[in-house]
Design a binder for this molecule. Structure first.
Ligand code: PEP
Length: 257
């Protein structure tokens, strides 16, 4: 698997104007990249239409942070896959730990969203991760296998080929996150790869496995060097264009060495 996926979820941090100016800058950096980095950004829903115009003449892929699984209906405050399809997105992030934690999203609901995304040709970026109690109780692998199996339940091999998986340990995410050891990340990714191959013997090896959780300029290279890490899902370090530029340029240099 030669492509390296690198992207960022802006969460609830950028206005439309801020998002447009960020994207204009990122486009310039993206133009200078020659490698096989697959770059994506995931703005807030309100900015998607404008940012779509910005990225349409670039290599930057565009995604949404969440959606409902139904096409239409009485679901106040929700956005449907049909609505996202009107904008024309490449991917949709599903099951981020903040969605699970603050909005009680379950793996079964994420599975419905995954199917809905596929119906509209959007790549589901499925986030999974164990919390600190689960890690301390040494059940991380069981928890992650269960999340993966339920989130991908019922998908055909052709469908699962479109899926991206992001491993994001809950204890490593955000301001209070503790960056994970690269070796731990490597072990978990190898476990996830094995699980995917058990589930899909013919294509399990092709599904990109991204790592996310306090990725920064000091740790991104050790993470990407892990055998089964196929990309980075970056929060705070990518929201700042200065640090994101350094990360992208150093990563490109590293992978072309
Ligand atoms: C995230 O919340 O998904 C994330 C990766 O954030 P950060 O890099 O800021 O920990």
């Amino acid at each position: 698997m030669s492509k390296i996926w690198v992207g960022t979820n802006w969460k609830m941090t950028k206005t439309i104007a801020e998002g447009i100016s960020y994207t204009k800058e990122l486009k310039q950096i993206a133009n200078e990249l020659t490698s096989t980095i697959e770059l994506f950004i995931i703005p807030s829903h309100t900015a998607l239409v404008d940012i779509k115009k910005e990225v349409s003449d670039s290599r930057i892929k565009l995604g949404a942070q969440n959606m409902h699984w139904e096409d239409t209906g009485a679901y106040t405050g929700e956005i449907s896959p049909k609505m996202l399809d009107e904008i024309g997105l490449d991917l949709v992030e599903l099951g981020h730990s903040e969605r699970r934690q603050y909005y009680n999203e379950t793996d079964a609901e994420i599975n419905k969203k995954v199917r809905a995304a596929l119906k509209y040709g959007m790549k589901p970026l499925v986030c999974i991760g164990e919390n600190i109690d689960q890690k301390n109780n040494e059940i991380s692998q069981e928890v992650l296998a269960a999340q993966l199996k339920v989130c991908l339940k019922g998908l055909s091999g052709d469908q699962v080929k479109q899926v991206l998986v992001a491993y994001e340990p809950v204890w490593a995410i955000g301001e209070n996150g503790i960056p994970a050891d690269a070796e731990y990340v490597g072990e978990i990714h190898t476990f996830l790869r094995r699980t995917l191959i058990e589930m899909y013997p013919n294509i399990g090896h092709e599904i990109p496995l991204l790592y996310g959780g306090s990725v920064n300029l000091d740790n991104f290279l050790p993470y990407i060097d892990q055998k089964d890490v196929n990309g980075l899902f970056v929060g705070r370090t990518a929201w700042n264009m200065e640090t994101f530029t350094i990360l992208l340029k150093e990563l490109e240099k590293h992978i072309s060495e």
